[in-house]
Design a protein around this ligand. Structure first.
Ligand code: NDP
Ligand code: 8X3
Length: 257
């Protein structure tokens, strides 16, 4: 058994993509899981899949919209006894809407992206981390993006939210330096998930074109990195990881076959 066995991992946005992959990889490490997202039926399917494969773990699923602050606190408050002590928090829920230029982006899209990627992450962190501090044990893993390191035309708001995730991760690392808690930012480049389908409002062809001619990252690639960071010894804090597909070198440099 590895270092993570028996630990409790709380994942936001576990119904798809990177979050669902993280659930599978932490389950493989014999962790107990709290899986959250808005689509409960997806979480229930994932729970059934994981319990069939890893009958020794416990999985709690709960519908949660991270933008609803009161719901976030209520869900954390109501965690069943076996899941109350969260050891690892994976702040993964997030999205991008459209590629509109700054002058054209709708107020609604701005609000959804900031409410989810920035305030949602803050809500969950504020609901879970105080108890970690009290227990003197915990690891916060934030999923940022290459878009949090460089901005690109059409991505102003999404990039702003991911720059904010970077800022919050850096500040939190400093604020927790006198505790045993650890903070990790994992910033992926292009990962083929439902991300682009959501960005292009369900247009699958447009979404597929984002990954045309290259071998993109998968949710599993990122989950492996997340589990690696979480499974280091307690005195090791992997703080900031940028993960590209081999054919990517920045938001602007993508080599397509
Ligand atoms: P997916 O669209 O596949 O998954 C996004 C997840 O976020 C879903 O489970 C969705 O669940 C959840 N989510 C969205 N809004 C909310 C909300 N308000 N409350 C709770 N959950 C929510 O995309 P990815 O897996 O790719 O994205 C995961 C993270 O990775 C995001 O933060 C994204 O910004 C980041 N990222 C993605 C990259 C990529 O290229 N794919 C690259 C870099 C970073 P549901 O709809 O059921 O609520
Ligand atoms: C998602 C990667 O390049 O589409 O965070 O912004 S990108």
């Amino acid at each position: 058994m590895g270092r993570l066995a028996g630990q409790t991992v709380f994942i936001t946005g576990a119904s798809a993509g990177i979050g669902a992959s993280c659930a599978r990889h932490f389950a493989e490490e014999h962790c107990n899981l709290v899986l959250t997202a808005r689509r409960l039926e997806r979480l229930e399917e994932l729970r059934a899949e994981l319990l069939a494969q890893y009958p020794e773990i416990q999985v709690h699923v709960v519908a949660l919209d991270v933008t609803k602050r009161a719901d976030v606190f209520a869900v954390v408050d109501a965690l069943p006894e076996a899941f109350k002590n969260v050891d690892v928090l994976v702040n993964n829920a997030g999205l991008s809407l459209g590629l509109d230029h700054l002058l054209d982006v709708s107020e609604e899209s701005v609000n959804i992206m900031f409410d989810t990627n920035v305030k949602g992450l803050l809500n969950v962190t504020q609901a879970i981390v105080p108890a970690m501090k009290q227990r003197g044990k915990g690891h916060i893993i934030n999923i940022g993006s290459v878009a949090g390191k460089q901005a690109y035309a059409g991505g102003s708001i999404y990039c702003a939210t991911k720059h904010a995730v970077e800022a919050m991760s850096q500040a939190l690392t400093q604020e927790l330096v006198n505790t045993p808690l650890r903070v990790t930012l994992v910033a992926p480049g292009l990962v083929q998930t439902e991300f682009s389908v959501v960005r292009f409002h369900g247009n699958q062809d447009k979404a597929d074109s984002v990954y045309k001619g290259l071998d993109p990252l998968t949710g599993d690639d990122i989950a492996e990195v997340v589990v690696f960071a979480a499974s280091r010894p307690p005195h090791v804090q992997i703080n900031d990881i940028l993960v590209y597909p081999t054919q990517q070198a920045s938001v602007f440099h993508i080599h397509r076959n």
